[in-house]
Write a new protein. Structure first.
Length: 202
């Protein structure tokens, strides 16, 4: 069994120990007792934990949920205690437990966003809106506020290139993130969001 599969299995086991209605309330979701489904918003779609299958599925299709995202969503559900976003934006290095590992892990998604924004800013912002994001533009720069999961916002700042500086990007977390996700999931969150925002170029 791979480390990834083991992580999914362990997080699923932890979730099954919790009261489903409480897990839904703490995470900002909804539990349908008759269907045994716990439903959450995930970007602009919904994801459900199906207690009959002990698995995550897409809410709109019932198909298996994105396997790459499963660990983080399960950890979010297990760790949820109802903490609300604070509105205080922090860099990855400022999350609890991030420390010295902040460098290359967060550089990759920010570079992908900066390069893409420099070449194709309008499609990138359109993609952000399609993911349910709120986009604010000013003087060629942009801010995208995304809701990944109900109590888990993520902010992407995009800076246009000028004659002195290249295009840039910054991924910022709400300070509540550390209450829901371990730091390795926060790294995944940045990478996954950047890939989703830039997937139109594939």
């Amino acid at each position: 069994m791979s480390v990834f599969s083991l992580s999914v299995e362990m997080a699923t086991a932890d979730l099954l120990k919790l009261d489903p209605a409480e897990a839904a309330r703490f995470s900002g979701g909804f539990f349908d007792e008759s269907r045994r489904l716990l439903t959450l918003r995930f970007f602009a779609r919904t994801v459900c934990f199906d207690y009959g299958r002990s698995a995550l599925v897409w809410g709109d299709s019932g198909e298996d949920f994105d396997p790459v995202a499963s660990v983080a969503v399960l950890h979010y559900l297990v760790n949820a205690r109802g903490d609300q976003p604070t509105g205080q934006l922090v860099a990855y290095r400022d999350l609890w437990g991030a420390g010295a590992q902040s460098g290359p892990f967060i550089d990759r998604p920010e570079k992908l966003l900066a390069d893409t924004y420099n070449r194709e800013s309008d499609p990138l912002l359109k993609q952000a809106r399609s993911l349910g994001g709120k986009v604010t533009e000013k003087y060629g720069d942009a801010r995208c506020d995304l809701t990944v999961l109900p109590h888990l916002p993520l902010t992407v700042l995009l800076y246009a290139a000028d004659e002195d500086l290249p295009a840039g990007a910054k991924i910022l977390y709400d300070s509540v993130t550390g209450r829901y996700l371990p730091t390795e999931d926060a790294v995944w969150l940045a990478e996954y969001t950047a890939e989703r925002l830039c997937e139109f170029i594939r």
